[in-house]
Write a protein that binds this ligand. Structure first.
Ligand SMILES: *Cc1c(COP(=O)(O)O)cnc(C)c1O
Length: 497
């Protein structure tokens, strides 16, 4: 009975596709001629023709469709619920973007199409560059990097080329302890030595700390702003002054620009190089590591080092310039992730300057609303008002033996994606919550009520949290084992539990 009850309901198991179907079953019937081996050999090189098909799934179309539809329904995404994953800006992305990128002129354009036949695409890229320059107060922008970390690598390579060109051997880059984890990695990959600096008690970097370490051997400072505590680096102008005075450059990691559009322009307060994440702030779906874009903006002094090609406007036309003498070269095939740029362009054109400013204002208000309403229940290591995200810890819940991981897992039972946990590293047991501007008051209140309910459970019945999640197909897993030795077959999952 139970087996039957489970078979087709929400609790149904789903075998691997390899375990389904039976010999001879197919999803589509091909014309006879397609199965004709001599015909096949005429049209395909022999190296591309498989001889053995052993172990391939043989399954009907309806089984196939149900298999993947079911799996998709078990997934958690922005289209199913609140996704407060700090630092990732999991905002809702308007569906009209998907309609726009499907237009034939965008989706069918070929990267080798001659410039004369790609004027519309080049115009969009050119104008997007101008918009991003205006939003950040910078002069030129490359759209080519495919992600934030790729933007960092590109920006640091530009900084290295700048000093090499001047015949200066600077080896160090200063990085505050609240920077994103990718920052020191990018710096090292570029051959610089990252030098960590401690931020102050309020959660921001103090100019005096920079003054103490900045020297003629230091190429740059790399600052995530707002930092990973969700706090604005308010001494940035003074810090930039100190760094510039000793010949260094200022790199801003602007992946969290969602907090600042129309409010702060880093180009106006001392920034030389900055990257943005189009897939965060400028609205491209990016769960599961899909395509992104991490454009890098620079001041005119660094423009001649940008990767090629750069897009130029001559008269009414647009062209690609490959002839930048000091360019660091190519960082990506063709012109970057074009359709991510099209989505960003559509987003900016739809909202306009006042709309973008409201995005950031709302993102900041939402985060502070959560912060204020939850501070009685969860410990806030920094009391400073936050920007787009806030960081709590499990200090109060530790009294009952409940950890950040338990809280995160319990949120799954209540239907929420957990926030980012145990990051930033400067906060012990961090719970980093980024609500974004696209969530309604109703959703925020439901999340807050849930967090309060979990705080009560931690006190009264901590075992519920230790065993969470329960209202899911796969309950608490051993995280290390799950990463090293994943169990993928349903029947093995059942055996293990
Ligand atoms: C997300 C993020 C990055 C990395 O961006 P990816 O696109 O994931 O490579 C870098 N810095 C900050 C501050 C971020 O939030």
């Amino acid at each position: 009975m139970d087996a039957l009850l489970d078979k087709e309901t929400a609790f149904a198991e789903e075998p691997l596709i390899f375990e389904k179907g039976s010999t001879g079953r197919t999803a589509v019937e091909l014309p006879e001629t397609w199965n004709d081996e001599t015909q096949l050999k005429k049209s395909l090189p022999s190296s591309m023709i498989r001889n053995a098909f052993e172990g391939f799934p043989e399954i009907s179309q309806v089984e196939l469709v149900r298999h993947f539809t079911r799996l998709s329904q078990w997934n958690y995404g922005l289209d199913t619920g609140f996704y407060p994953l700090g630092s990732c800006t999991m905002k809702y992305n308007p569906k009209v973007h998907e309609d726009i990128v499907k237009l034939e002129g965008f989706s069918f354009i070929h990267p080798l199409q001659p410039e004369e036949l790609a004027q519309g695409a080049l115009q969009i890229l050119y104008e997007l560059e101008r918009y991003l320059a205006a939003i950040t107060g910078m002069d030129r922008v490359t759209l080519q990097p495919a992600a934030g970390a790729h933007g960092e690598l590109t920006g640091m390579t530009i900084i290295r080329a700048f000093f090499t060109d001047r015949g200066e051997k600077r080896t160090k880059v200063l990085i505050p302890d609240t920077a994103h984890g990718t920052n020191p990695a990018s710096v090292s990959m570029c051959g610089f030595t990252p030098v960590p600096i401690k931020s102050g008690k309020g959660g921001w970097l103090e100019a005096t700390a920079v003054d103490a370490v900045m020297d003629e051997n230091t190429a740059a400072i790399m600052i995530t702003n707002p930092n990973t505590l969700g706090i604005f680096e308010k001494e940035i102008s003074r810090i930039a002054g100190i760094v510039h005075k000793r010949g260094g450059l200022v790199y801003i990691d602007g992946a969290n620009l969602n907090a600042l559009m129309g409010i702060v322009r880093f180009g106006d307060i001392g920034c030389d190089v900055l990257h943005m994440n189009l897939h965060k702030t400028f609205s491209t779906p990016h769960g599961g590591g899909g395509p992104g874009a991490g454009p890098v903006a620079v001041k005119d002094t660094l423009a001649s080092f940008l990767p090629v090609p750069v897009i130029e406007k001559k008269g009414d036309g647009f062209s690609l310039d490959y002839d930048l003498k000091k360019s660091i070269g190519r960082v990506k095939s063709f012109y970057g992730n074009f359709l991510v740029c099209v989505r960003a362009y559509a987003y900016i054109r739809t909202l306009g300057p006042t709309g973008l400013k409201r995005v950031s204002q709302t993102a900041v208000v939402n985060a502070n609303y959560l912060r204020k309403r939850l501070e009685k229940y969860f410990f806030l290591p920094y009391k400073t008002p936050c920007m787009h995200e806030c960081v709590f810890t499990d200090r109060e819940q530790q009294k009952y033996g409940v950890s950040t991981l338990d809280i995160a897992k319990r949120l799954i039972d209540y239907g929420f994606h957990p926030p980012t946990i145990y990051f930033p590293l400067v906060v012990h047991g961090a719970l980093m919550v980024e609500p974004t501007e696209t969530e309604s008051r109703v959703t925020l209140d439901r999340f807050i009520d849930t967090m309060i309910a979990i705080a009560n459970e931690a006190e009264k019945s901590p075992d519920i949290l230790h065993n969470a999640p329960q209202r899911v197909k796969i309950t608490r897993v051993d995280e290390v084992q799950a990463a090293r030795k994943p169990v993928l077959r349903w029947k093995d999952v059942k055996k293990g539990s």
